[in-house]
Design a protein around this ligand. Structure first.
Ligand SMILES: [Zn+2]
Ligand SMILES: [Zn+2]
Length: 385
């Protein structure tokens, strides 16, 4: 059904009631016509079936006092020299100022007729019938970054899937081309009263039309009548430098879109950082184990140490440096929030040669002879008095 149909249809004529007929009379006329033309009572009668749909469509609007008021306003606007032959342009949520009618928001009217859904036809799934702006939901996702990207910061493209109206039926749940009729279970209210027991009863969303008020003879083949679909989108996310493994990054406004002009929710990205083959991470500091020979540690040396980004640095190993000592290279760690950087922590790993050739054996033997008499374990056997 096209938008212009709404304006051109005379639902009073369809139901055979006067324009000022009260709601009870409208309902009575609808019941009678629906019964007469019901597909169950006239199977295979295409004319009756079309008539039944037409009647249901009319009753959906003027059977509801609020929608009827909006429909009447729309029609009087037409009658008052409005737009013969239908609305000009689209219904895309624009505001039309209707002269002596005052301000008249087309999207409000259509939203009302269709039980919600932002911005006109087929916009929503009908889960909510309020038109109040609502913030979109926060969406969570995860990403695994290479070690270096976590240190330097990076931009990642995240593919997100979210609930969206079914693209085939625009969320109505009906097979395209079929017409809606008033839900017989809830009589078009969208709600049913269920008794909880005793004196209590509760309003519940109608199980047949899911609150949409309308049902279709044939369900949408894509969503099987649920009206829900998935949409996938790609969000480009800036990951700041220095992000840690397990940290959550909040990207404002990149979550689910808001309803009725409400703001979008946030996207929360949980970051995993892949390990590096040389470097480790301790908070804002990077760590590395560096092999040092016995003579370098004993005599002192200048050693070249790689850094994650940029050229290697030269470190002075003091004479007599023990195994396991940590040397600090300032400013070569991960970035902090304030833009400063952590340090690179270099752990000395003194190496013992696995094999000795003749020359080195002689040298080490000479060393042993030179140090004879000094027992590194002597302190272990001192008895305290
Ligand atoms: Zn229903
Ligand atoms: Zn569908």
């Amino acid at each position: 059904m096209s938008q212009a149909d709404w304006a051109n249809k005379d639902f009073y004529k369809v139901l055979g009631v006067a324009k000022d007929a009260d709601q009870a009379a409208v309902k009575k006329a609808y019941r009678k016509l629906a019964r007469e033309n019901h597909p169950d009572s006239k199977p295979g009668d295409k004319v009756a079936e079309d008539r039944f749909k037409e009647v249901a469509e009319a009753y959906d609007v003027i059977g509801d006092a609020e929608k009827r008021k909006q429909y009447d306003e729309m029609r009087s606007m037409f009658a008052g020299g409005g737009f013969p032959g239908g609305f000009p342009g689209g219904f895309g949520g624009g505001r039309t100022t209707g002269g002596d009618m005052g301000s008249f928001d087309i999207s409000d009217l259509l939203g009302g007729l269709f039980g919600g859904g932002g911005g006109g036809f087929g916009g929503g799934t009908g889960r909510t019938r309020t038109q109040r702006p609502a913030r979109g939901a926060d969406v969570e996702t995860e990403v695994t970054l290479p070690f270096t990207d976590a240190i330097d910061g990076t931009t990642v493209n995240l593919r997100l899937q979210s609930d969206a109206p079914c693209p085939t039926c625009n969320g109505t749940g009906g097979k395209p081309g079929t017409r809606p009729h008033v839900c017989p279970t809830c009589d078009g209210a969208g709600m049913v009263v269920s008794s909880v027991g005793g004196a209590f009863s509760m309003n519940e969303t109608c199980p047949e039309c899911h609150g949409r008020q309308l049902v279709y003879d044939e369900a949408c083949p894509t969503c099987h009548g649920s009206g829900r679909g998935l949409s996938s989108r790609t969000v480009s996310a800036r990951i700041p430098a220095g992000v840690k493994d397990g940290q959550r990054i909040r990207l404002r406004g990149k979550g689910a879109v808001g309803e009725h002009g409400g703001p979008a929710g946030d996207l929360l990205v949980k970051v995993h950082v892949a390990p590096h083959k040389l470097f480790g991470r301790k908070g804002d500091n990077l760590t590395i184990d560096v092999p040092v020979t016995f003579d370098e540690a004993a005599l002192g040396a200048e050693i070249k140490v790689p850094t994650l980004s940029g050229s290697p640095v030269t470190l002075r190993v003091a004479p007599g440096t023990p195994n396991g000592r940590v040397l600090r290279v300032r400013g070569r760690g991960a970035s902090r929030k304030d833009g400063s950087k952590g340090d690179l922590l270099v752990t000395v790993d003194v190496q013992v040669p696995a094999t000795l050739d003749e020359a080195t054996r002689a040298a080490v033997t000479a060393y042993r002879e030179a140090t004879a008499g000094s027992d590194p374990r002597a302190a272990l056997f001192e008895r305290s008095a």
